[in-house]
Design a protein around this ligand. Structure first.
Ligand code: ATP
Ligand code: MG
Length: 420
């Protein structure tokens, strides 16, 4: 026998017996996004590498350590998408979506690729549900985006999720904050990891997001961005908090939240589960007022979030949330004897065309084995068709749960009426 080939490291299969859980989650996400006025956007799985270097930022973990980059046959550098926002903004600009008026509100459900160390809740290919809200500078947009995710958690029945918010300021107030951060980290320079040592000069904010335990500990004592906000950023943040409070959305302010991507400005937030281990952030997002300009557009504010579907399903599992099972087989038609083969095939086809989940055996099993198979399929009803039934044009339908039986004419419309 030939050697079996396994899936690549950090990937997973969603098996046919599990996919209904994904479909359910996706349907809740799509409905909520639509209720809040977001329309779906789809984009390529790979982009030119330059998009992420410029869009995500070359001092981020994602760009420095995690991208799947290769050269295509034409010598261009291509990267498998590590996150969705850069692609949305690229499409927004390339297709002049702003032309139809602002704001533009869109969502996506798409796979991302990052070369990380795989562990529970961390994969090399993972799915994100994300929304982007392009063209509004107002705190109401921040409040809306956050409230959409709060609504999703509520509709899924997910509990024990903490919302942490912060403001990391704008280009106006950031230089002062960077200077304060730099001064602080310089005083502890000898202890920083090599990556953060490099970040110290280029982007000290990134050190706050470092995963190394020592840098994390040093970051605890770092100056707070909230003490360095300019008047406008301060007011913006106050308004966001006031609106969240008015909408009854609980949050805590955490100056340690800076997010892992370079493009954020002002409001940043994370939804963190107390039921997951190390990978506890189910959703992260914030405002990125400089990104569209960075990618070649007119200055346009924007914001959004992205949530990992695997982590959402993990929390739902941990909390024992029941996901509605899809409908099983409605009626199983067993063929008894050679003469029934063709009529059963025709009847199953006609029932399916009428929208009835009908099944039959196609492996040549005997009657007893066919009925076992019907049980395995979870058929609600069954019907045995042999010479007698064909001659009479009537067969007996058995209710598989209660065991009751009744007669029904052998045609698709009547059977449908009887079992639906
Ligand atoms: P983390 O701190 O867990 O690495 P991140 O800051 O890199 O997360 P983002 O880039 O903000 O994450 O992505 C948003 C969300 O996408 C995360 O909160 C998480 O739910 C999910 N996510 C990110 N990376 C992965 C991954 N490798 N595997 C599964 N889910 C992921
Ligand atoms: Mg990460």
């Amino acid at each position: 026998m030939a050697e079996l080939i396994t899936k690549p490291k950090g990937t997973y299969d969603v098996l046919p017996s599990e996919s209904y859980r994904w479909q359910y989650l996706e349907s809740v996400l799509r409905k909520a996004a639509s209720d809040f006025g977001y329309r779906e956007i789809r984009f390529p799985t790979f982009e030119y590498t330059e998009l992420f270097i410029r869009g995500v930022g070359d001092t981020t973990d994602v760009v420095q350590k995690e991208m799947f980059t290769f050269t295509d046959r034409g010598g261009r550098s291509i990267t498998l998408r590590p996150e969705g926002t850069a692609s949305v903004v690229r499409s927004f600009l390339e297709n002049s979506l702003y032309g139809a008026g602002l704001p533009v509100k869109c969502f996506y459900i798409a796979p991302n690729f990052r070369g990380e160390q795989p562990q529970a809740g961390r994969y090399r290919e993972f799915y994100q549900f994300g929304v982007e809200y392009l063209g509004s500078p107002c705190p109401s947009a921040d409040a809306e985006v956050i409230s959409l995710y709060a609504t999703i958690l509520e509709r899924l029945g997910v509990k024990n999720i903490q919302l942490s918010i912060n403001s990391i300021g704008c280009p106006e107030c950031r230089p002062k904050f960077h200077a304060a951060l730099r001064a602080y980290f310089e005083s502890r320079q000898k202890e920083l990891c090599p990556t953060c040592l490099d970040r110290l000069g280029r982007n000290p904010l990134r050190i706050l997001d470092c995963k190394s335990p020592i840098c994390k500990e040093i970051a605890q004592g770092a100056p707070s961005c909230l003490d360095h906000l300019c008047e406008e950023c301060h007011e913006h943040f106050e308004k966001v908090k006031e609106m969240l409070a008015a909408m009854g959305i609980d949050f805590t302010v955490n100056p340690g939240i800076v997010r892992g991507l370079d493009y954020y400005t002002r409001t940043v937030f994370e939804f963190i589960s107390t039921d997951l281990g190390a990978q506890s952030t189910v959703c992260g997002g914030g405002r990125y007022d400089g990104l569209i300009e960075t990618l070649g557009g007119q200055p346009t504010p924007g914001l959004g979030f992205a949530s990992g579907l695997e982590r959402l399903l993990m929390v739902m599992d941990a909390q024992g949330i029941e996901i509605p099972k899809p409908e099983g087989c409605r009626i199983f038609l067993a063929a008894l004897g050679e003469a029934a083969e063709v009529p059963v095939q025709k009847l199953v086809y006609e029932l399916r065309k009428l929208g009835v989940k009908a099944e039959r055996d196609t492996t040549g099993r005997g009657l007893k084995a066919q009925m076992k198979y019907a049980d395995r399929l979870g058929a609600a009803y069954s019907m045995v068709i042999g010479d007698n039934e064909l001659n009479a044009g009537i067969a007996r339908i058995k209710d598989m749960s209660g065991g009751g039986v009744f007669d029904c004419p052998l045609n698709a419309e009547d059977i449908k009426k009887a079992v639906m």
